[in-house]
Write a protein that binds this ligand. Structure first.
Ligand code: NDP
Length: 461
């Protein structure tokens, strides 16, 4: 860690400011962005002692600089629906921090997308990307466009209109977007095709591409697999393994599907999946065949998870509910932010949950996080547990730059190595006096130091 001597004339910053005062300033500078404030507060609580004890960080005002994006681009996306009617959405790209590499982070297409949501995601991405040890800065983008219920042709026209503006702001050495909620292989294809057409250039400007035109093996699987690998590392610290344990998974999209696949492969019993309408509970546990049904239902037919209970009558459908009241040893929130409330956390703990690995970004509310930590649950925060996706995206970037390809086993080995190294970093920076590992502090501090040092070394920008 950098800790140079204070220059006598330099003003001592933060010295009189409390975390609450710092957060008041953040809130007044970025009003009506509660998710962003929540994400900043969590990081600030962890890194405050590091910043307070480090003159260089204070003088360089690294924390104050980190909470303001390098830039946030807002643009109009106008496109025609299948009836020929004009539709208008808002498009965004938040380029948060590129001190350790080009901006990197997904695109989210969902009606809940706002500037504040994308700022929270881009902020989280800074530390997540730093933890992977790969040279990637933090960014995030998207639109309030809702792909649900839209035809392929409408999704294509929307993606074309979106990229017609975004292409000006991205590039393989500038900013490399990927998928997120509502943006999978289909959307990445339309976005890449538009970029190539407009610029006349074929290079690695997006990750999550199809294997046939520059994609990496295991990229679709990487976030879900990585989240299970992270849970396995956490369990190993208590001499346990996932085999034979019962798991609840939320969501039924990309991350939930591949979390389930890896859990089944490692011998766990998966009893739930969900979507924004409700949860299915399968007391018999899922199987490879049932998962294939879900993949076809969600990825090809674009159906709803309640159809699972019609296909498999032993399962029940709980409309409007989340999976957290279902007893489990392991929980894998893999849908969206703030999907686990403080009460949900208490229910999970009371029902015997010992380990929670966040495939989603910030799925636990601050109250839930406090309860997990108080109960000494093995709690893996998203910026560590779901970093596998961006890690394999980083490998895809190096593959594109070097015009080479890696085999599935090689990528899987790299993914496991990276998740192990993230876990070790969290343990190193998060171990408390009583030997309990606070993975929140560990991830935040380890991710922060590398970026803060880079910012100090590169001067005041
Ligand atoms: P998908 O779009 O593939 O799936 C999202 C799933 O979450 C769907 O089942 C969706 O249900 C559900 N969902 C979305 N919004 C809500 C909501 N407001 N309430 C309840 N359920 C909701 O997205 P991903 O699987 O890619 O992403 C899931 C999470 O993982 C997100 O938090 C994302 O940021 C995070 N993540 C994803 C990465 C990736 O590589 N894809 C990388 C790292 C993190 P419905 O169909 O009803 O909308």
């Amino acid at each position: 860690m950098s800790n140079a001597t204070t220059t006598p004339s330099a003003p001592a910053l933060h010295l009189d400011e409390s975390i609450d005062e710092f957060m008041e300033r953040v809130a007044s500078q970025s009003p009506n962005e509660p998710e962003f404030h929540q994400a900043v507060h969590e990081v600030v609580k962890s890194v405050w002692p590091i910043v307070e004890s480090n003159d260089t960080y204070r003088e360089a005002r690294v924390l104050e600089r980190m909470v303001i994006p390098d830039r946030a681009i807002l643009f109009r996306v106008a496109w025609a629906d299948d009836d020929g009617c004009a539709q208008v959405n808002r498009g965004y790209r938040v380029q948060m921090n590129d001190a350790i590499g080009p901006y990197k982070g997904g695109l989210r297409f969902h009606p809940s997308v706002t500037l504040g949501v994308l700022k929270f995601l881009a902020f989280e991405q800074i530390f997540k990307n730093s933890l992977t040890t790969l040279p990637m800065g933090g960014g995030k983008g998207g639109s309030d466009f809702d792909p649900r219920g839209r035809s392929d042709a409408e999704v294509m026209r929307f993606c074309q209109a979106f990229m017609a503006e975004l292409y000006r702001h991205i590039g393989p050495d500038i900013d490399v977007p990927a998928g997120d909620i509502g943006v999978g292989g289909r959307e990445i294809g339309y976005l890449f095709g538009t970029y190539r057409k407009i610029t006349g250039q074929f290079h690695g400007v997006l990750t999550g591409k199809d294997l046939g035109w520059g994609g990496s093996r295991l990229r679709p699987e990487a976030t879900g697999y990585g989240s299970v690998y992270f849970a396995r590392e956490m369990l190993a610290t208590r001499g346990m393994d996932v085999e034979g344990l019962t798991a609840t998974v939320s969501g039924s999209g990309n991350v939930a599907q591949y979390t389930t696949e890896k859990l089944l492969e490692l011998g766990a019993k998966v009893v739930t999946l969900s979507d924004s309408s409700g949860t299915i509970v399968d007391p018999d546990g899922m199987t490879g065949e049932k998962l294939q049904y879900v993949m076809d239902l969600k990825n090809r037919r674009r159906g709803r998870i309640k159809e699972y209970a019609e296909e498999y009558p032993a399962a029940t459908y709980l409309p409007g509910e989340r999976p957290w009241s279902v007893p489990c040893d392991l929980a894998f929130p893999s849908a969206t932010q703030n999907e686990i409330s403080g009460d949900d956390a208490s229910t999970l703990i009371a029902n015997g949950c010992i380990c929670l690995s966040e495939g989603a970004n910030m799925p636990s509310t601050p109250e839930a996080v406090d309860r997990f930590l108080d109960a000494r649950v093995l709690y893996g925060p998203g910026k560590a547990a779901n970093a596998g996706g961006v890690a394999v995206s980083g490998l895809e970037m190096t593959q594109n730059a070097g015009c080479m390809r890696r085999g599935r086993d090689e990528v899987d080995q790299q993914l496991q190595r990276i998740m192990r190294s993230i876990h070790q970093n969290c343990v190193e920076f998060g171990r408390k006096d009583d030997d309990f590992v606070n993975y929140v502090d560990g991830a935040n501090v380890a991710g922060f130091i590398k970026v803060a040092d880079a910012m100090v070394q590169q001067g005041l920008w």
